[in-house]
Design a protein around this ligand. Structure first.
Ligand SMILES: NC(=O)c1ccc[n+]([C@@H]2O[C@H](COP(=O)([O-])OP(=O)(O)OC[C@H]3O[C@@H](n4cnc5c(N)ncnc54)[C@H](OP(=O)(O)O)[C@@H]3O)[C@@H](O)[C@H]2O)c1
Length: 357
């Protein structure tokens, strides 16, 4: 017997949750209840579906609801998460509103599935940039204890919302037609076509953006390290799907690029990580400079490969020659899949496996 499952929100994240539930054969009893702010027919994942207006009557019928709605006071989580839990649902929320509540577990199954207990009815999915960073760094942290992290992100437009992809396509068409590019500042503050914007979410008083502070605060919560030294710069780039990150990590214990590669290439030690590092994957690569094999490092386009679609791809692992026990690396992951939908569905799978659902 399966569970009565609902998805609230039908932007790119909601659509991907429905797709991933099907791909992973999550045990659903009947049809997935698809909900948003208003009733209509819509095409999702190539299929016409009925989207229902979310209501208490619908939520009451469900065991498990994935929230993929907008954030903020009038967003889905603030309006409906509490109500859904009171009506008996388990909620897995993709938004950021509830992530830092002390009694709400913020979960990446490869790292802290134990944070979910028998009483947990509301679980948060971390921010998309945080998930790939944490999946990469946690195995290294276990081996040598992180001392300090500096990360710069290269975040795709789909990380904003469905409207983010539309904005990139519209601006690209204008630029290619030699028209002046019109921006919608509600979506991106400046032109995104042929540009990079070091601005994700609102600015905080300390000069960092909320996107940057989410990385700091959520990493500390997931790692259970409230004093972890971590500093972030988040940048929007004109990529449709797939976030990339340049990471400098310094460790208290012995760490080197060779050791990091060894740990990150071991699926037992580093679940969810795939090392795509030409020079290390192929020791001869340096000898054959013109061989395309040397160009083996991950990019967002590599996520189109079926076997990598849910992975965190790591490459360019190098010793930081300016500090002991410090490395640089590059990681890439699909912000809509492992950064959102897949992680959420894995949380539900983990709960099922532990008899918590
Ligand atoms: N995009 C990413 O890479 C990513 C990654 C991780 C987490 N997230 C988070 O996941 C959530 C969804 O992201 P998205 O990009 O798919 O968003 P989106 O394109 O903005 O879609 C939001 C959906 O939520 C619905 N919604 C908004 N307010 C609601 C309310 N009060 N009650 C019920 N439904 C409501 C909207 O309904 P209507 O269609 O009826 O307007 C819409 O279907 C956001 O919180 C986002 O921050 C996104």
């Amino acid at each position: 017997m399966g569970l009565k499952v609902g998805v609230l929100g039908v932007g790119p994240v909601g659509e991907h949750i429905i797709r991933v539930l099907g791909e992973r054969r999550f045990p659903v009893d009947g049809e997935i209840m698809i909900m948003a702010t208003r009733e209509r027919e819509e095409v999702l994942n190539g299929q016409q579906v009925t989207v229902r207006k979310v209501s208490e009557d619908l939520l009451r019928k469900l065991d498990l609801v994935f929230f993929a709605g907008k954030e903020g006071a009038r967003g889905a989580s603030m309006e409906w998460a509490d109500i859904a839990v009171k009506l008996g649902c388990t909620v897995i929320d993709n938004g950021s509103d509830l992530r830092m509540y002390p009694n709400v577990p913020l979960v990446i199954p490869e790292i802290n599935m134990d944070a979910v207990t028998g009483d947990t009815r509301l679980i948060c999915n971390p921010n998309c940039s945080v998930i790939q960073l944490a999946v990469t760094l946690y195995p290294l942290h276990k081996a040598a204890r992180l001392r300090r992290v500096v990360v710069s992100t290269y975040q795709s437009v789909s990380g904003h919302s469905g409207a983010g992809i539309g904005e990139l396509l519209r601006q690209t068409a204008q630029a290619l037609a030699n028209e002046s590019v019109q921006i919608n500042p509600e979506i991106f503050a400046k032109e995104i076509v042929f540009n990079c914007i070091p601005h994700i979410d609102r600015f905080e008083r300390n000069g960092y953006t909320r996107g940057e502070m989410k990385i700091v605060n959520e990493m500390r919560k997931i790692f259970g390290e409230p004093n972890l030294l971590i500093s972030a710069t988040t940048v929007r780039v004109p990529v449709a799907v797939g976030h990339s990150e340049s990471v400098n990590a310094e460790f208290a214990g012995p760490m080197s690029a060779d050791k990091a590669f060894e740990i990150l290439s071991d699926p037992e030690l580093s679940p969810g990580v795939v090392c795509v590092d030409g020079i290390r994957n192929d020791k001869d690569a340096l000898e054959i400079r013109r061989d395309p094999l040397e160009r083996v490092y991950p990019t967002p386009c590599d996520l189109k490969k079926g076997e990598w679609k849910d992975a965190v791809l790591v490459g360019r692992i190098r010793d930081d020659t300016t500090a002991p026990n410090a490395i640089n690396l590059w990681c890439v992951s699909d912000n809509l899949r492992k950064g959102a939908a897949t992680n959420a569905v894995q949380i539900a799978e983990g709960m099922l496996k532990r008899g918590l659902l």
